[in-house]
Ligand binder design. Structure first.
Ligand code: ZN
Length: 432
């Protein structure tokens, strides 16, 4: 610590350093201190104790709200930042009539860059400090996206989206082009700053076997890259995939056959898994992005959360903009809670479990739990300061909350973008 400036953030601190599905999970300090040096957490605990350890540190007083670890969004589409809110569709007609025409506009690099800025601002304003981003089908649009993501300071994992059938001709690639463009983007951007490259076939429905082979090849050539795609979102999608891959016993097998189900893989949705698919995901330590707002908005169905828990499949939350309803991970937590309540055999989620799903579970899904996800020593100081505006109804509720669970319950139920007062990445304020 010689010469390093220390700063202490003082306030109500809450995090979930272990899973509240298997133990208490939540740790809270009503007058807490979090000491930061060089962007890393060096101490956390009661303020008086942390202050005692670092008597000369500068103190930032954030006692008017709640400080949580930065949120992790496991599934969010960059090209769809401006088309949130299209009512009345189901997945396949939503894609064809509403979404793919917008995605085709990213052929224009100027448009793509402006969109990238809107998108990254959307994440930040909602307290998301790490996101697994579904990219664009255009390499040039991904190039500008990575530039903007690097400048944003956020922890972004993303890659070129690959498809060669069943979308629109301008969104289709060829296996050879997919290979060359992906490799060139990955070599340039993977592990540059906080960026990571993600091999991203859109879904088996829009990919030939040759494209899936290319995905496998890229991952072989660049070990440590991530993988993401969609899985088991809606019955009509699953039926089409089964027709396209008659040899496969399941949707999951269309990826597994090409070695794409692994420890660095995150699959969005999985609303309709077979038991064998859950076993497969669990055995590879692959993760699922649970996107409850999107599942309701597009009418996909209710996530079998209990079956994922029982099978030991890792999962966290995703907003799935623009199938989803916005960039708020807190809202996803609430919707996960609400949809489970409506399911006859649904899981009754607790406030600490929602916090875990919004933070540490996302970090675990990305194998980044040693880096982010809670206030552990040596982790990056990625923080969200939730402070409702004066006179707001949430402020009134928080003033009367007596336990950490009540505070968290109110935050997940009521907080939105307007309540995110400050976001820190690597200990630096990022919100204006
Ligand atoms: Zn999606």
């Amino acid at each position: 610590m010689i010469g390093a400036m220390t700063r202490i953030i003082r306030g109500v601190l809450m995090h979930a350093p272990s899973s509240p599905f298997h133990g208490p999970g939540l740790e809270a300090f009503s007058d807490g201190g979090l000491a930061i040096q060089g962007g890393r957490i060096v101490a956390v605990g009661a303020f008086v104790e942390v202050r005692g350890q670092y008597p000369d540190a500068e103190v930032s007083d954030l006692r008017e709200g709640v400080i949580l670890p930065g949120f992790v969004d496991l599934h969010v589409h960059y090209p769809q930042a401006r088309i949130i809110g299209a009512l009345g569709y189901r997945l396949l007609d939503w894609l064809e009539d509403h979404t793919l025409p917008e995605e085709a506009r990213l052929a224009d690099v100027t448009y793509a860059r402006a969109l990238a800025k809107d998108f990254l601002r959307g994440l930040l304003k909602n307290g998301t400090t790490t996101a697994l981003v579904f990219g664009s089908h255009f390499a040039a649009a991904m190039e500008v996206f990575f530039e903007e993501a690097l400048a944003s300071g956020l922890r972004i994992l993303a890659g070129l989206v690959l498809s060669d059938r069943n979308l629109r001709p301008e969104l289709h690639t060829t296996p050879q082009r997919a290979y060359q463009e992906s490799l060139s983007l990955a070599r340039k951007w993977h592990e540059r700053g906080k960026l990571r490259y993600v091999v991203t076939p859109r879904f088996s429905l829009s990919c030939s076997e040759a494209i899936l082979e290319v995905c496998q090849q890229i991952q072989k050539e660049l070990p440590g890259t991530f993988f993401t795609s969609h899985l088991n979102e809606m019955p009509e999608e699953i039926a089409t995939v089964r027709k396209l891959f008659p040899w496969a016993d399941s949707y999951c097998q269309t990826y597994d056959r090409f070695g794409l189900v692994g420890g660095h893989a995150v699959f969005a949705h999985n609303v309709y898994p077979q038991d064998a698919e859950l076993e497969c995901l669990a055995s590879y330590r692959s993760a699922v992005a649970h996107c409850p707002c999107s599942n309701a908005f597009i009418g996909s169905g209710i996530f079998p959360l209990r079956r994922h828990l029982e099978a030991g499949v890792k999962f966290g939350l995703g907003t799935d903009v623009a199938g989803g309803t916005g960039f708020g991970i807190l809202k996803e937590g609430l919707m996960a809670y609400l949809t489970q309540r409506l399911l006859p055999e649904g899981y009754l989620l607790t406030a600490p479990q929602l916090l875990y799903l919004a933070t540490r579970a996302g970090a675990e899904a990305l194998s980044l739990q040693d880096e982010i996800g809670d206030f552990g020593i040596d982790k990056a100081a990625d923080l969200v300061y939730v402070k409702p505006p004066r006179g707001s109804s949430l402020e009134a509720v928080l003033r009367h909350a007596e336990t950490p669970e009540q505070v968290l319950g109110a935050v997940f139920t009521m907080a939105s973008e307007a309540d995110i007062a400050e976001v820190f990445v690597d200990g630096e304020e990022r919100l204006m």
